[in-house]
Ligand binder design. Sequence first.
Ligand code: ASP
Length: 353
Amino acid sequence: MYMKQANNSTTPRILLIYTGGTIGMIENPETGRLQAFKFAFLEENMPELKRLSFNVDSIQFAPPVDSSNITISHWLELAEIIESRQNDYDGFVVLHGTDTMSYTSSALSFLLKGLGKPVILTGSQLPIGRLRTDGKENLLTALQIAAARDEQGKPMVPEVCIYFNTNLMRGNRTVKVSADQFDAFVSYNYPILAHAGIDICFNTKHIQHQEDSFGFTTHRALERNISLLHLFPGITEEVVRSILTAPKLRGVVLESYGSGNAPTEDWFINLLQDAIKKEIVIVNVTQCQTGSVEMNRYETGARLAEIGVASGYDMTSETAITKLMFLLAQSLTPQEVAFHMEHSICGELTRND
Ligand code: ASP
């Protein structure tokens, strides 16, 4: 589908990729449920798109996917679409359901590291066809951010980001925090990259202009055999064992308490230790919304560090999961994977040590 013909090589060209989600949904009159329908609807309902001062081409997933149905294959497909068209476009806007948008933006930040072009994900809480909608503003501003250039003609934000409700955030720092408010995404541990008020103000100090800094050739693949272990007081040995002994398991994100603390009971530590001996990489992130893992602050965290649990510092769970998927698909030893989990690849964590 072609929305506006590219006609000037100095005018930015943006590719709009519609994957699915509320932004392009309509109410089924019989069931009242929201369901995805043809992307052409967006053009009909947004004549504003024709007034942009840059060129926008668009493509869509067929069929569009509710983001609860997003899989690793969709992430690889998105990365492939963007990478294969990187020389044709100055930036990319990905329309995506909000439910798993933070996972997708995190996965893309690793899969597209070093791309050096804006990849802005957005969506909405209300369909674009409704009179009251956050979809129009989110889409128009995301397009403008993707097309924004500095005085040298370089992209203002050459990163994978989420734009939502006036804020541009680094994609791998975001979490979805609300099911019913327009300000549905937050970047707790990293400043916003831009704020859209009357003007779009870029927080240039915090925007990354990184070339490929990851010291090995990457392989476009993701490992599925990972798990999430969310601790709670009273969790049983059987439950922890069933997670840590799952067949083919290669990595676990451990959601611990506070600054990275967990029970010191022997059965718990022994199960983790056995998993690490079997070359399963375990990464510690905190259940708290802000702050960082610091395993040596308390005895209950220090035990984890002693047995070889890696620190996820201030990474979100969404990011720790997708980063593990990414690293475990590379030709790396478990020790190398653990090392890279503790170091930033594309701005996803901050170490204060
Ligand atoms: N269920 C929808 C999705 O994530 C919700 C949304 O788009 O906000 O695809």
